[in-house]
Design a protein around this ligand. Structure first.
Ligand code: TXA
Ligand code: MG
Length: 317
């Protein structure tokens, strides 16, 4: 069931249920992070392997201290600037966080969502929420309650509807191995904005094979219809006798039916493009086409995180 009853959502969570919740990045599949049976249920509903850890969500920066041992200086600076918001910090966990949540890692991923309904919900609860994105493992993250209902509606008792996600990309994940601020997932906060706050370049973690962020597998975020990346001016004529859909940054193509095209932002706005990306992929995935052909954005600002998702979604890695 989809609804906007926050008290009902809180009551279900108190009973150990797993529900869909809105955040400003993507919808989460949430449950009591301190209860192992609930956490196990999250993995099973999402069909997620147990080696891929979950993010823990709290209401405010003060609550971080309840669950993590120490917060390095640059983590504090980032928390001050971007929390609540689309930032997740990898920090040393206290023992109250079950090992199941972190897949046995000493580090826990902590996030404070800014969405007002998520905030209100967390304020009502005496425990933090473990929540991965509310999609089946390997599919595109949901940016509306309807997206969640479409794929997981039968497996969960409630989806709290907070409208369309304002950011539309998962949070940016930053950790501090050997004291160096390191990016583990590009996301809703641009690398440039983070580097400005910490005053130095982020170390790049090598994503797909990185044991510290096993969720960054290359097969992530993929639509079912094969997505081909390249230059659209070349791909459109190359695929002229195939049924294709187009995922472009700004342009539409006169020779392709308009309902098979999605331009992420006709004005070239990165924030708008990010907000539209996953809806666009889902939309095209439902069209009667054999291929989605898509182009990368300029490699800057949120364009970098969008490109990361497009590369993971594409069939040619
Ligand atoms: O925006 C978001 O981050 C959304 C919303 C719901 O908060 N959540 C989300 O969760 O995207 P999920 O589970 O789909 O992606 C979390 C990523 C995974 O790649 C996982 O491997 C990584 O975070 N992660 C979680 N805990 C970790 C840990 N302890 N150490 C390293 N990586 C971790
Ligand atoms: Mg996910």
């Amino acid at each position: 069931m989809i609804g906007n009853d926050i008290a009902h959502a809180a009551a279900l969570l108190q009973q150990g249920e797993v529900i869909g919740i809105p955040t400003e990045t993507v919808y989460g599949l949430a449950g009591n992070a301190l209860d192992e049976a609930t956490v196990a249920k999250i993995f099973s509903i999402k069909q997620r392997p147990f080696f891929d850890p979950l993010i823990v969500h709290v209401a405010n920066v003060n609550q971080l201290e309840n669950w993590v041992k120490n917060i390095p200086k640059s983590a504090r600076q980032l928390a001050e600037k971007f929390m609540p918001g689309a930032l997740t910090l990898l920090l040393e966990k206290k023992s109250a966080i079950p090992d199941l949540v972190t897949a046995g890692s000493k580090l826990v991923a902590m996030r404070i969502p800014a969405h007002p309904m998520a905030q209100a919900l967390l304020d009502m609860l005496p425990f933090p929420l473990a929540a991965p994105s509310a999609n089946p493992f390997g599919y595109i993250s949901p940016t509306s309650a309807a997206h969640v209902a479409h794929q997981l509606g039968d497996s969960i008792p409630y989806i709290l509807d907070g409208g369309l996600c304002a950011i539309g990309l998962e949070s940016t994940i930053v950790g501090f191995p050997e004291g160096k601020a390191t990016i583990f997932r590009k996301g809703g906060i641009a690398v440039e904005a983070i580097e400005e706050v910490i005053g130095e370049a982020l170390v790049q973690s090598h994503s797909s094979s990185n044991p510290q962020a096993p969720g960054m597998l290359k097969s992530h975020y993929a639509p079912r219809i094969p997505l081909i990346l390249g230059k659209l001016e070349e791909l459109v004529p190359q695929y002229h006798n195939k049924r294709v859909g187009i995922l472009s940054f700004q342009e539409k193509f006169a020779e392709i039916p308009s309902e098979r095209q999605f331009a992420l932002s006709s004005s070239g706005d990165y924030t708008e493009a990010a907000r539209n990306l996953f809806s666009a992929m889902r939309y095209l995935d439902r069209q009667p086409i054999d291929f989605i052909i898509a182009e990368l954005l300029p490699e800057k600002d949120l364009g970098r995180a969008i490109n990361d998702r497009l590369r993971r979604a594409s069939v040619i890695k």
